[in-house]
Design a protein around this ligand. Sequence first.
Ligand SMILES: Nc1ncnc2c1ncn2[C@@H]1O[C@H](COP(=O)(O)OP(=O)(O)O)[C@@H](O)[C@H]1O
Ligand SMILES: O=C(CO)[C@@H](O)[C@H](O)COP(=O)(O)O
Length: 509
Amino acid sequence: MAHYLGIDIGTSGTKTLLIDETGHVVAEANAEYPMEQPKPGWTQQDPEHWWAATKKTVKAMMKKSGVDKADVKAIGLSGQMHGSVFLDRDDNVIRPALLWNDQRTADQCDQITSAAGSREKLIGMVANPALTGFQAPKVLWLRDNEKRNFDKLAKVLLPKDDIRRRLTGDYVTEVSDASGTLFLDVKKRDWSKELLGKLDLSTDLLPRVVESEDVTGTLTKEAAKVLGLTTQCKVVGGAGDCAAGAIGNGIVKSGLLSTSIGTSGVMFVHSDEPNVDASGRLHTFCHAVRGKWHMMGVNLTSGGSLQWWVDQVVQGLAGVPAAKRFEAATAEAEKAIAGSGGMLFLPYLNGERTPHADPNARGAFVGMNLTHDRAAMTRAVMEGITFALRDSLEIIESLGVPVRQIRASGGGSKNVFWRQMQADVFGKKITTLKVEQGPAFGVALLAAVGDGAYKHIAQACQATIEVAAETKADRSAKLTYNKLFPVYRSLYGSLKDDMHQLAELQSTN
Ligand SMILES: Nc1ncnc2c1ncn2[C@@H]1O[C@H](COP(=O)(O)OP(=O)(O)O)[C@@H](O)[C@H]1O
Ligand SMILES: O=C(CO)[C@@H](O)[C@H](O)COP(=O)(O)O
């Protein structure tokens, strides 16, 4: 039987899985790697770690599965979006890749906005404003700050597309991930020569752009040997991890929205047209569904805030094994009351993207009193993360985008208590899938479509994805959250100037 491989180059690690043509997951493997933070707000990674993790996980997974290598017909690639791998003429990586949550490019975002003429004109060209995590300001940062490296620059690739280069020898990206560079004319699904011209950058720096299910090449002899696969194995475009995760959740038609609590938080809604948020709070990107788009809100430190809280602060859980620490901390939080006794947490630990595009936003607990204990503080962290997602949901609804079903996903949504909290904070029913495998599953389905096992991705999702459970909002908790949410919303405006002063102090420490 034909089999399809999905590889997701995440921030904390790479996840690889193999499905058969019915969508059944046959085997999977994970490998972790570190993220460097040389200064507050700077994040980078060595692309060699991604390649080592790809080789390790594919080999381990093939061994576990016992599947004949000739039956692996195609590979789909997914990965953390927006990152920049800088290559010289001989394909050497020039410096560590800058990541999606790197905040060093505020000046370059201003440069791009003025080169475009105004924020509105920029949104008119590429459907999005300049945000610090995106790829275009990273290229300008290299030009402004590392001139010798910029002079060597021959190509800039997104993380998963650097893996494609090592697999097939081709420089190719696809529309969903390309949307997050800021170089793409999202409506036309091709590079914006207009913006590139205004930035004095050549299109030669960028790879070719295809649709997500298109076959971009086959494995080179060397890659097939190293991975234990064949040179007939195709590689399809794949998708940025948000669109890939959405495909894995079946978000392929109007009315469907997914929430994801991973390291980042994402509210993702399918759109038949390229609807643009004129004020640029939401991203408008191409979907991995041919000829469709999506809108999304992104929180930079979503589940990452709970991770920080549990790792750095909840010392009493020190003896609990890593895999059980989230469960232990959240079980304790469940004992506190909804609304955490009037205490709020702002999850802006590394700046924020939606709705406050602000690299200098910072986290805060507000409203603490002597009755508050650790359980209430953990609960406030979870509630703050969930309020941040509600911010995106409210913008999506205010733009008139239909939302008929919300599907919860990501590490945080595996937790029953957090799923209930999402239903209560959003004031809506939440749906979960029978098996939720995330981005690697989504791109394995795209590989199946590219190989011809399904006519299109909606058919593949229909055949393989099953809704399992529904969680309804609790009326009393919903009322409590409806009272707290306006206070949560107003806190950023009240604290912004102080946050900026503190961020300035932190950068000079
Ligand atoms: N059992 C759990 N209970 C509550 N939250 C969890 C649990 N497991 C994971 N999480 C949350 O999910 C996050 C990781 O999500 P995941 O989707 O696995 O990560 P990533 O986005 O890095 O690929 C953690 O930082 C944590 O906040
Ligand atoms: O920046 C975005 C999307 O715009 C992030 O969603 C990254 O793509 C996150 O990667 P992981 O945390 O899932 O590795």
